[in-house]
Design a protein around this ligand. Structure first.
Ligand SMILES: *Cc1c(COP(=O)(O)O)cnc(C)c1O
Length: 494
C-alpha cells in the first residue's frame, strides 16, 4: 500500500517513509491510495481474537511492507498488561438496550492517545530501519493536553529519537500539566507556550516547513518528525478499536453480522473520528458518524453548512483537548470526499490559511452529510451530562460527557434508534476539578488530593499512575512566546 500527499497525489511514499516523515514536504497529509476491504467473514474471524491480534491483522492490511510476526510483536509490546490495566484493552460497557460506551483510556496515561502512541514508536523505529535513516528523529509535538504526555510515555528511552512537547500555558488541566512536567527520560523535553493550542500547533507547523531549520538540524544529525495525528502512524492504530468494538458487540450477540451501528466521537483535531470513517470505508457496517464538539463548534457548523470558518471566538472549556478551531485531519476527509482532487484540497487549505474560511462543493457536502452528523454542547450541558451518568452509576470525564450528550441530542433530533456506541476518551481522574464540580462537590485545594477525594466519594479506583503523581519531582519549568518556539527547538537539539 502506497501513501500520497493530500495536496499532490503524484507524490507517493511507502508506509515506512510516510511514518518517518510525518507530514509531507508540501504541507499535505499522507493518506493511503485506497482502502483495503474487510469482509464479513474476516469480521467473524476477528471476533475470536484478543485485541492485540485484531490490531496486528487490521494494521497489516495497510502495512504490507511490515512482516506479520513483526506486527504481532509490536502489538504485544504496545497493548500488554504492563501497559493496559484492562485485558480487553478497549472494553465496551453497556449503558442500556442500544447504547454502549467504548472505554479507550486504560493505557499508561489514562487518555485514548495511548491507543496510538504506544504503537507509533515501534512503527517509527522499524520504519527508520527500513528506510536506512541514520539521523536521529526529533519528534515535535503540539498538545492540547493528552497527546504530549502519551507521546513522551511512548517515546521515552526509544533509541534514535528525541521528543519535545509544546503545550498551551493555560490550556491544559492541572493533572495534565503535572503528568507532563514530571516526565522521566533522557530524550524528552517539555515547554509551555504563551497562547492557545492553535498557536502551539501553528508554531510546530511553521518549524516543519522551515527549510533553513531543516538544514541546520540535519547538520546536527537530526530530522523532524511528528507524533501528532497528522502522522499516519497515529491514525492507523485508531482504526482498530472501531472494528474491535463491532466484534465485541457481535460476540456478545447484541447485534447480528452486517447490522449497522452508529459511533459518537468527541472531536478536536478530527483524528479519532477520521479513523472511524476509515473503518467504514473498509466496509465496517457503520451508519452514522456523530461528530461531537464542545462550545468550539466549528465542526458542527461545517457539517451542517459545508462552510468551514474559523473566524470566531476561541473558548477555553472544561474539555480542553477539544478546544481547537483548526482541525488538521479534516484535510484527509476533504481529499476523500472530493474523490481525490488534490488541487481542490490545496485551494481549500490556502483559503483557510489566508482568510480562515473555505466552502466545499455541493457534491462534497451531500456526501459529508450522508455519513456525518454534527452536534455540540456548552459547559452547562457537559456538566449535567456528567451528573446524569453519575446518578446512573457511571463516572465519565468532560470529553466523554460531550459525546454522551450529543448522542442524546442526535437521537432526539432524528429519531434514529440504531445501536450506538459513544467513545470515552479519558479517565474522569484526569479532570477531577470539573468532574467533582459537576457532581456537586467542592474540589480539594490541591489538584492531586482531588484524586483521593473523588475515589472516596465515588468508590471508583483511580488509575495507579495518576495517584502516583503526588510528590513527584517537577523536571520542566520552561515557558516561551509563540514566535520563539524555534529557539527552544535549537536549544533542545544542541
Ligand atoms: C485528543 C482528545 C480528543 C480529541 O481527539 P481528536 O482525535 O483530536 O479529534 C478528545 N478527548 C480527549 C480526552 C483527547 O485527549
Amino acid at each position: 500500500m502506497e501513501y500520497l500527499s493530500t495536496r499532490d497525489k503524484t507524490l507517493r511514499k511507502s508506509a515506512a517513509q510516510a511514518i518517518v516523515m510525518g507530514l509531507s514536504r508540501d504541507g499535505g497529509l499522507f493518506t493511503p491510495v485506497g482502502f483495503p476491504s474487510l469482509s464479513a467473514l474476516e469480521v467473524e474471524t476477528l471476533c475470536g481474537m484478543p485485541y492485540r491480534k485484531r490490531a496486528a491483522y487490521i494494521m497489516g492490511k495497510f502495512l504490507e511492507d511490515f512482516r506479520p510476526e513483526e506486527l504481532n510483536q509490536f502489538t504485544k509490546n504496545a497493548y500488554g498488561p504492563e501497559k493496559f490495566d484492562s485485558p480487553a484493552v478497549a472494553p465496551l460497557r453497556k449503558m442500556d438496550g442500544n447504547t454502549w460506551c467504548l472505554e479507550l483510556w486504560h493505557g499508561p496515561t489514562s487518555a485514548f492517545k495511548d491507543m496510538a502512541l504506544q504503537m507509533l514508536p515501534q512503527l517509527l523505529s522499524a520504519s527508520l530501519r527500513m528506510t536506512g535513516e541514520k539521523k536521529t528523529a526529533c519528534i515535535l509535538v503540539a498538545t492540547s493536553g493528552d497527546t504530549g504526555k502519551a507521546a513522551m510515555e511512548g517515546f521515552a528511552g526509544v533509541e534514535q529519537t528525541k521528543i519535545l512537547v509544546f503545550y498551551p500555558e493555560n490550556g491544559v488541566s492541572e493533572i495534565q500539566k503535572l503528568q507532563m512536567v514530571t516526565q522521566e527520560g533522557g530524550n524528552v523535553g517539555v515547554c509551555a507556550v504563551k497562547g492557545n493550542f492553535d498557536d502551539a500547533q501553528n508554531g510546530v507547523k511553521r518549524i516543519f516547513s522551515d527549510e533553513a531549520m531543516r538544514e541546520e538540524l540535519a547538520r546536527r544529525g537530526y530530522f523532524l518528525s511528528s507524533a501528532n495525528s497528522i502522522n499516519w502512524g497515529r491514525i492507523l492504530p485508531q482504526v482498530v478499536y472501531y472494528i474491535s468494538a463491532y466484534c465485541d458487540l457481535l460476540s456478545a450477540k447484541e447485534i447480528k453480522l452486517g447490522e449497522p451501528v452508529n459511533f459518537c466521537v468527541p472531536t478536536g483535531n478530527f483524528g479519532n473520528i477520521l479513523a472511524c470513517y476509515y473503518a467504514k470505508r473498509m466496509g465496517l457496517p457503520v451508519k452514522k458518524l456523530i461528530c461531537a464538539s464542545n462550545r468550539n463548534d466549528v465542526l458542527t457548523d461545517f457539517i451542517r453548512t459545508g462552510v468551514y470558518d474559523r473566524n470566531r471566538p476561541f473558548y477555553t472549556t472544561m474539555s480542553p483537548s477539544m478546544d481547537i478551531l483548526i482541525s488538521s485531519n479534516l484535510e484527509r476527509l476533504l481529499f476523500d470526499l472530493s474523490g481525490g482532487r488534490d488541487e481542490l484540497v490545496r485551494s481549500c487549505m490556502e483559503q483557510l490559511a489566508e482568510t480562515g474560511r473555505y466552502e466545499i462543493t455541493a457534491g462534497m457536502k451531500r456526501r459529508l452529510q450522508e455519513v456525518f452528523f454534527g452536534g455540540f454542547c456548552g459547559e452547562e450541558e457537559t456538566a449535567s451530562s456528567i451528573e446524569m451518568l453519575h446518578r446512573y452509576g457511571y463516572l465519565i470525564d468532560t470529553h466523554t460527557a460531550v459525546a454522551a450528550r450529543v448522542l442524546t441530542d442526535y437521537r432526539k433530533e432524528t429519531g434514529d434508534r440504531t445501536p450506538a456506541v459513544f467513545v470515552s476518551t479519558a479517565s474522569p481522574y484526569k479532570f477531577c476539578d470539573s468532574v467533582l464540580s459537576a457532581i456537586g462537590e467542592t474540589p480539594a485545594a490541591d489538584s492531586v488530593d482531588r484524586i483521593a477525594q473523588m475515589e472516596a466519594l465515588t468508590g471508583v479506583t483511580a488509575p495507579s499512575r495518576l495517584a502516583a503523581l503526588k510528590g513527584k519531582e517537577v523536571r520542566f519549568h520552561d515557558v516561551t512566546g509563540k514566535e520563539r518556539m524555534e529557539e527552544r527547538v535549537l536549544a533542545f537539539l544542541q
